[in-house]
Design a binder for this molecule. Sequence first.
Ligand SMILES: CC1(C)CO[C@@H](CC(=O)O)CN1
Length: 430
Amino acid sequence: EDDNVLHIGGIFPIGGKGGWQGGQACEPAVRLALEDVNKNSVLSGYQLKLHWNDSECDPGLGASVMYDLLYNKPQKLMLLAGCSTVCTTVAEAAKMWNLVVLCYGASSPALSDRNRFPTLFRTHPSATVHSPTRITLMKKFGWYRIAILQQTEEVFISTVEDIELRCKQNGIEIITRQSFVSDPADAVKNLRRQDARIIVGLFYVVAARKVLCEMYKQQLYGKSYVWFFIGWYEDNWFELNLDKEGIECTREQMRIAAEGHITTEALMWNQNINQKTVSGMTSEDFRQRLENVLRSEGYAIDRHRYPEGYQEAPLAYDAVWAVALAFNKTMSILEKQGKSITSFNYNNKEIADHIYSAINSTQFLGISGWVAFSSQGDRIALTQIEQVIDGKYVKLGYYDTQSDNLTWFDKERWIGGKIPQDRTVIRRVL
Ligand SMILES: CC1(C)CO[C@@H](CC(=O)O)CN1
């Protein structure tokens, strides 16, 4: 067995239909990172080698890929994984092999649980990273009476629980919480009945198109309403697939309903595009290299045919750097004790603990921005706020949860020319 190689396992969602096939761009990004880490000999004399397979974002298949990786030589030192469902399964089992699991594509808030997932870290922020941003905006514009409309999916259910907790802490009243499985008509009707004006919407993009058309039909849009949508849908999502998905509104009606809505999303690409990161590349350098690799694999990038996971590719690239920097730290600590990381085995909790604490304290400037982990292994990330103005997304600002700092560009526009109110205001005629 070649003894100057450190082996890691990888589980990527490539094929299949359900969930997120983000491995399509994230596996190539990991390949670039391995190239860079080994070229820069970050592991001083050792090479990092990846053994991986496709989970199709299916937890069962992900589990069998994990067992194949663990029951076949060479022994792996940690696991990379994507998709919330696969990370849940892999991270819950991995502790039995004393393996750290680093998830580059898992947004579920349920994963922030050190009891269930004692060795899990993620470079992908939890969906709860939007919550403090939404609360900050509500307080900025004086909205203390809000409503929630959500799809009944696990990730949105746990996100709503986080929003409820933070609203309570900030004196913001949630007047109603409506949910739907696939048809939002009744839920939207209930919003109107409760005179909801400020609404946080949590659903996947297909459901979002149904909600938007329902908003148009029931006239829950325009100058008296503010909708918060999730910001990681594709840019012109509200004009796409209308026939294919049986949306009964025209593009023009969808555009009218969408005008003015606000989105929040976690930043996954370092915004300072001239800033050199730990690899020596800027995020634009990385974009060029990744797009070249994707072109060579047949994606028509120049015709905007991107693979899934393109947005999250920096998270996968940075995950490999986090592993390499943590292994480097672990190796120097072990050497001082006359030990070697290569003597790690699945029963060796001592070395596993060294790897865990090394990752836990790893911080660096990556392609996705500053990489650091919370005590629950969550990615600490900035969020970006946008608003649809004249049918196009305009950047309104950024929010840093850690420092509670809102960078605001004063670009927001209100259809009625003034900030919408969170309730009907009865003017007392004296
Ligand atoms: C922003 C998004 C699309 C959220 O889901 C992640 C996948 C998952 O959580 O399973 C990938 N990134």
